[in-house]
Write a protein that binds this ligand. Structure first.
Ligand code: ADP
Ligand code: UDP
Length: 236
């Protein structure tokens, strides 16, 4: 790829294509945490996250969730529908962990009596702060209808993924989604991978996600590899 990316993020590069409605997304091995303060690389992460995301987009598509994935172009590249990304990150939580466990003073691993949906302002300079419907309205980040659609899809995605992963002996603790607008419709974008989800082994509680990098737990690549193996039987 000699062309310059139109956007370079922390984990991916985004390139224009000949089709104005489509973009090429290239998955890097770069990893960041704590709003970019911790940086490193995870061997083969780009390949693994591309494959894992493709798997989840296909699964969700079969269940009626509209998403941006068009086709795989290479091990690290996917073709997607171009979205106007809504600057609102939607986090769904089944079990207290990470920032929620800290915020409400619960120990990590305690089951939430009801699914929790949170909205964050996608803004690196501000460190992606937690916001609510009023902030979204005041800042004009999305319409109330768009928020309702994102929350409805997020809950449906949680049901689909939690049930599917349970069979693979993986507990879906929490995850982050991004949505955008394509031809007037709100659809799911970005990625679904161990970078953006917490997966714990149902039997041992072993963490199989980016927390291994965030918390220096070791065997990071192996954990991502294990998630792909459980989903597809593939060893990358
Ligand atoms: P970040 O911007 O948080 O560092 P990435 O490195 O993952 O994140 O960069 C990918 C960027 O591409 C993100 O900003 C994401 O919102 C954006 N993006 C994801 N899917 C699409 C899409 N289909 N159309 C346009 N932008 C997208
Ligand atoms: N998450 C993400 N990107 C972010 C923030 C969070 O993908 O910028 C994911 C994270 O991997 C986890 C969930 O969203 O699965 C909830 O993250 P949390 O708020 O606990 O933040 P953390 O403490 O992990 O940064």
């Amino acid at each position: 790829m000699t062309q310059k990316p139109m956007y370079e993020g922390k984990a991916k590069q985004v390139f224009a294509t000949e089709n104005p409605d489509e973009l090429l997304v290239y998955f890097k091995d770069d990893a960041t945490a704590f709003n970019g303060e911790k940086r490193g690389t995870i061997g083969n992460k780009g390949v693994l996250n591309n494959k894992i995301s493709v798997f989840f987009f296909n699964l969700l598509g079969e269940k009626g969730i509209p998403h941006h994935f068009v086709k795989t172009l290479s091990e690290r590249e996917m073709l997607v529908k171009k979205l106007d990304i809504l600057p609102v990150e939607v986090v769904v939580r089944n079990i207290a962990a990470g920032s929620l466990a800290k915020r409400i003073g619960w120990e990590e691993g305690r089951k939430l009596p009801t699914t929790v949906v949170e909205l964050y302002y996608k803004n690196d300079d501000l460190g992606d702060p937690l916001i609510n419907d009023y902030h979204i309205k005041a800042l004009g980040l999305a319409t109330p209808e768009q928020v309702e659609i994102m929350e409805k899809y997020a809950l449906k995605i949680n049901e689909i993924l939690s049930a599917f992963l349970k069979d693979k002996k993986l507990e879906l603790i929490d995850f982050k989604l991004e949505f955008g607008v394509h031809k007037g419709e709100v659809i799911l974008g970005d990625e679904i991978s161990p970078d953006t989800c917490r997966f714990w082994d149902s039997e041992t509680g072993q963490k199989l996600d980016k927390d291994r990098f965030r918390r220096d737990l070791g065997d990071v690549e192996e954990a991502y590899q294990e998630v792909l193996r459980r989903l597809t039987g593939e060893n990358s």
